[in-house]
Design a binder for this molecule. Structure first.
Ligand SMILES: [Mg+2]
Length: 185
């Protein structure tokens, strides 16, 4: 039987990256009123990442229920492929950190592809049936390749895609989309 493949992003889809980054940002008085670290000026953003990204990615928390839903996907015979931009633009050192993190958190997955700022081609080559990401522009590029996408819509922004705010709702969406028998809550 051919396995269906679910593709997932890491930062702000599987993990609470922005939450931790913003917590660290707000410890600095200079930035305590800035809502989000993505709003830093380019040079300051780069400086912030260089200084803190290792700490952030070693210690970031998983989103609630994420691991339970990934385990459920494996029980339902899906493959899980993680496709992430981590490791690109001189951040190669994040690759072993990420691999170690996934092992320590016992995240079930079948493959991980790093350095993908555009993810459509990787989705095609790994036969991804559904890709889950928090960024609208990432999903735009993936859906151009004819791949079904789901937005982890953390801030309830407008989206042209089906959106969820939690992993419980990812599970519900997958049950409905792939006609799985609902045998549990
Ligand atoms: Mg992301």
């Amino acid at each position: 039987m051919i396995k269906l493949v679910i593709g997932i992003d890491l930062d702000d889809t599987l993990t609470e990256t922005s939450k931790l980054a913003n917590k660290i940002l707000h410890e600095n008085d200079k930035y305590k009123d800035l809502e989000d670290f993505h709003l830093l000026k380019h040079s300051e953003y780069q400086k912030f990442l260089k200084k803190h990204i290792k700490d952030i990615q070693e210690n970031v928390e998983l989103k609630e229920q994420a691991i339970e839903v990934l385990k459920w996907l494996k029980e339902k015979n899906f493959s899980i492929v993680i496709i992430t931009a981590r490791g690109s633009k001189g951040f190669d050192f994040l690759i072993p950190i990420t691999e170690k993190y996934l092992i320590s958190k016992k995240i079930p997955y079948d493959a991980i592809i790093f350095k993908q700022e555009k993810k459509g081609k990787a989705c095609i080559s790994h036969n991804v049936s559904l890709f889950i990401d928090d960024k609208e522009n990432v999903l735009d590029e993936i859906s151009e390749h004819g791949i079904k996408v789901l937005r982890m819509n953390n801030k309830n922004e407008n989206s042209k895609y089906p959106s969820v705010k939690s992993w419980q709702n990812v599970k519900k969406y997958i049950q409905e989309t792939f006609n799985l028998i609902v045998d549990e809550q």
